[in-house]
Design a protein around this ligand. Structure first.
Ligand SMILES: Nc1ncnc2c1ncn2[C@@H]1O[C@H](COP(=O)(O)OP(=O)(O)O)[C@@H](O)[C@H]1O
Ligand SMILES: [Mg+2]
Length: 290
């Protein structure tokens, strides 16, 4: 368990016997089934899995935007029945108000909660400082880079003092270098604020680099295929990504995900299909080659 996890007391997420089905005009879509996950107070946990396996569905149910078809989500023993400032959410697409400045975006949730102007400013400035954004407080979102916008998104989600932070592929649209810096800023804020994080990504390196634990989901309907502890010490450095320990974890997770990605593609890709495309498998099976 991480250093901060032992100090944090709040923010235990529990998802039990969870299933979620979407009802559409074309019938029902079973998105997630038979799922159990938990996040301990102060723990950093990621969910990885092939596209369409139900990661966002699960995260949105923890946020309270979606109701499970069966099962229950609790935070510190209290059932989640809708969105709450106790659970901050960050989406992949930047969801800032374009007509508000950076600081006004961050202060918005605080204003809604009736916090005084002075307190609002102080809270917003402290968090913007932690994210290296103090010089940009008066800027409008359109003038910011993608990485900056997403930092503002994280700061805004943290401003109301949530017990848990939920992030849905927050760095997916960023270039590789910005991504690494963002990962370091996020870990830094997480360690200082001692909150629990549930992080959705399809990037295996990102999941290993950030997490105490990683859940790997099956193809849709998604459920938990494996749970992997990441025993790398903290603070984590970029150079660790070259260590044999990191690479071993990466290999393990890669093969788990590859299996599920192939299943998710269903009839689209088969050994025969690949041969038909004249791809030379040289005696290896498809999962070995991909
Ligand atoms: N609002 C919706 N109505 C119907 N089906 C949906 C809806 N949202 C997602 N789905 C389907 O549920 C499955 C899981 O989606 P999602 O949770 O977004 O997966 P992921 O985030 O892992 O890519 C997908 O097959 C998707 O098409
Ligand atoms: Mg998603």
């Amino acid at each position: 368990m991480s250093q901060s996890a032992s100090e944090a007391r709040q923010g235990r997420i529990e998802v039990r016997d969870f299933a979620l089905r979407y009802e559409t005009i074309d019938g029902s879509v079973e998105a997630v089934t038979d799922t159990q996950i938990h996040v301990e107070p102060g723990e950093f946990v990621s969910i990885v899995g092939p596209s369409g396996c139900g990661k966002s569905t699960l995260l949105n149910a923890v946020a309270g935007f979606l109701k499970p078809t069966s099962g229950v989500v609790t935070v510190d023993g209290e059932k989640v029945t809708g969105p709450s400032a106790e659970r901050g959410m960050v989406f992949q697409q930047y969801s800032l108000f374009p007509w508000k400045t950076v600081r006004e975006n961050v202060e918005f949730g605080l204003k809604m909660r009736g916090m005084s102007r002075f307190e609002r400013e102080r809270a917003a400035r402290t968090l913007l400082g932690l994210a290296g954004l103090e010089a940009f407080e008066k800027h409008y979102p359109e003038r910011l880079s993608g990485g900056m916008k997403q930092r503002v998104g994280i700061v805004r989600a943290l401003a109301t003092g949530p017990k848990v932070l939920l992030l849905d592929e927050p760095f997916g649209a960023l270039d590789a270098q910005t991504r690494i810096i963002m990962q370091q800023i996020l870990t830094n804020m997480w360690q200082r604020l001692k909150i629990s994080v549930l992080f959705v990504t399809h990037d295996i390196d990102e999941a290993i680099f950030l997490s105490d634990r990683v859940y790997c989901m099956t193809a849709r309907p998604g459920s938990i295929k494996a749970e992997i502890r990441i025993p790398l010490e903290r603070p984590r450095q970029q150079s660790m990504m070259m260590s044999s320990e990191f690479l071993a974890l990466r290999r393990g997770l890669m093969s788990l995900i590859r299996e599920e990605s192939l299943k998710a593609m269903g009839g689209e890709i088969t050994d025969l299909g690949m041969q038909g495309l004249s791809i030379e498998l040289q005696g290896h099976s498809l999962p070995e080659v991909l």
